[in-house]
Design a protein around this ligand. Structure first.
Ligand SMILES: [Zn+2]
Length: 200
């Protein structure tokens, strides 16, 4: 394991991410090893980028009066471990060693409660508009680092929210190019462990 991956596994904190702590997390149940990566998307209000509202939402600070949509979600207590903004900026809300509240009712390969054993990464975006080049790069980079830290996350254990909560969730949607993401991941992998330094 590389030094950056060892550090990540020990601290649960992505070194280059801006830390924006959310209160919405708990302990992972004893014996539930991190073995799944879940890709999500979110934008607040839907389709609008760049505002402070995703961070406010994950920190229970969204003002329900600020937008009609916010009134319907402001009371929810949710979080993800990481968010990748349109410009590639990485924000961390929950320590990766902890259980973030990103997946909700969910099931992967017969195993329910994905929050217990997964890491959730949100992309700022919508199901239908293309994600940005720097978002793919940042996602591939941080994914590679996470996979080195938790090798139980094998290639077929990287999934989308829509796949673990079908009929209930649609993100990251048809706009997310899985083959592009997997190609970038493979390139980093082929470049060897020293390509994953934890920097962008
Ligand atoms: Zn989601």
């Amino acid at each position: 394991m590389t030094e950056a991956a060892e550090q990540l596994r020990a601290t649960g904190r992505v070194a280059e991410a801006r830390w924006c702590p959310s209160p919405n997390f708990g302990e992972r149940p004893a014996g539930s090893a991190v073995s799944l990566l879940v890709v999500h998307s979110i934008s607040l209000p839907p389709g609008h980028y760049g505002g402070p509202w995703i961070e406010q939402f994950f920190c229970n600070q969204l003002n329900p009066g600020e937008h009609p949509y916010f009134a319907s979600i402001a009371s929810l207590q949710v979080s993800s471990h990481l968010l990748i903004r349109r410009d590639g900026e990485l924000v961390q809300f929950v320590n990766l060693l902890k259980r973030a509240w990103h997946a909700g009712r969910s099931c992967f390969a017969g195993q329910e409660e994905c929050n217990d054993y997964s890491i959730g990464i949100e992309l700022e975006g919508t199901d239908t508009a293309p994600y940005t080049r720097v978002q793919y790069q940042a996602l591939a980079h941080v994914s590679a680092l996470i996979i080195r830290a938790w090798p139980a996350i094998e290639a077929d254990r990287i999934t989308g929210h829509s796949d673990i909560a079908p009929g209930r969730k649609t993100d990251p949607g048809p706009a997310f190019d899985w083959s592009r993401y997997r190609r970038l991941l493979a390139e980093i992998d082929n470049a060897g462990p020293h390509a994953v330094t934890g920097s962008q």
